[in-house]
Design a protein around this ligand. Structure first.
Ligand code: SF4
Ligand code: SF4
Length: 221
């Protein structure tokens, strides 16, 4: 399942090409990606963002090649900033939909254009800072999903941490993953459960636990 995210960027590029140029009504397909992270968040946190989002895959696989990989400024990680962006983007989107109301083709085009515009922004900020800057600071669905995320499950620590900090350095969301060793679990709701920290821990003491600790899933291999 985890390998799927390596190829989801193809879905995003195909979607934009087809919906903007040929069949505007295909634009509605983006609603799946808009609502899925919100519905999943109360059960599995931001798992959608880390494993199934085509734009996330685009950032992880393509934008990463051009990224300066610089630290994201604290201002952008501020909760007030994220909600301001949420308000601006959603207002713009709703305004456009109201303008196109009654014309289903045009609404499809509005949605597809929104995906295109936000992908451009995600690419620019991803090149400027870390590839996933969009996901942690700008994405309105990500902001909503973060606020709805469950506190259950997620990345858990076993005994044996040597405080090397490699998990923190590998985190695309710029979380201080190692800090959560004290709690035994990454409790930051912005964690997208991508598994990068699991793969990069030299002690192999990290794993992902789904839903109330009943099911563990090793993502490292
Ligand atoms: S803490 Fe680990 S799983 Fe969560 S976003 Fe960071 S690298 Fe990914
Ligand atoms: S990478 Fe592993 S050993 Fe290193 S700080 Fe993180 S959890 Fe601890």
């Amino acid at each position: 399942m985890n390998k799927l995210k390596n190829y989801l960027w193809i879905v995003l590029l195909t979607y934009m090409f087809m919906s903007l140029i040929f069949v505007n009504k295909l634009g509605y397909l983006a609603l799946i990606c808009m609502f899925a992270p919100i519905f999943i968040a109360p059960f599995a946190g931001r798992k959608w963002c880390g494993s199934f989002c085509p734009r996330g895959s685009f950032l992880d696989k393509l934008v990463i090649k051009f990224s300066r990989n610089k630290d994201i400024p604290p201002l952008l990680l501020n909760t007030a900033f994220r909600w301001t962006i949420f308000g601006l983007l959603m207002s713009f989107f709703v305004f456009q939909v109201i303008n196109a109301w009654g014309n289903w083709n045009k609404i499809g085009l509005v949605i597809a254009s929104m995906v295109f515009m936000t992908t451009i922004i995600a690419t620019i900020v991803g090149i400027f800072w870390r590839p996933r800057t969009w996901c942690v600071a700008f994405c309105p669905m990500g902001t909503l999903a973060t606020s709805l995320s469950t506190t259950e499950g997620g990345i858990i620590f076993d005994q044996g941490c040597v405080s090397c900090g490699l998990c923190s350095r590998s985190c695309p969301m710029q979380l201080n993953t190692a800090r959560f060793n004290i709690e035994g679990r990454v409790t930051d709701p912005r964690c997208i459960r991508c598994g990068e920290c699991i793969s990069n821990c030299p002690k192999n003491i990290l794993s992902e636990e789904l839903a109330n600790g009943k099911l563990k899933e090793r993502l490292a291999n």
